[in-house]
Design a binder for this molecule. Sequence first.
Ligand code: CU
Length: 125
Amino acid sequence: MTIDRIAAIVLGSLLCGFLYVFFFGRRPRVRAAVTETGTQQVTIAVAGGYDPDVIVAKKDVPLRLVFDRREANPCSDEVILPEFEVRRALPAFEKTTIEVVPKRAGEFPFSCGMNMLHGTIKVVE
Ligand SMILES: [Cu+2]
């Protein structure tokens, strides 16, 4: 094996490692903040994805999700939360508030109307 090949393998491995960490390693995870009224609230930026895309919320406490849509891309026109039977239009460049009450612990996905953008609501006891 030549030094070139070894260098290529080492660099390739580093790149793969970096890409793996980049895409799977650090998923933004945000605990919904509890307001004075006792509601949990989190603002989710919508622009080519959801940020944060993992929201941690407490069971049996009302949860207010404020979707702040910062784009007009039709992909994110709608948001669907199957666990909560919610399907809501998100007007471009506006904030849309969705209130739900998590009734059971678990990880519940939400997505755009085409199921291309994904997020998760993690409900804990
Ligand atoms: Cu979409």
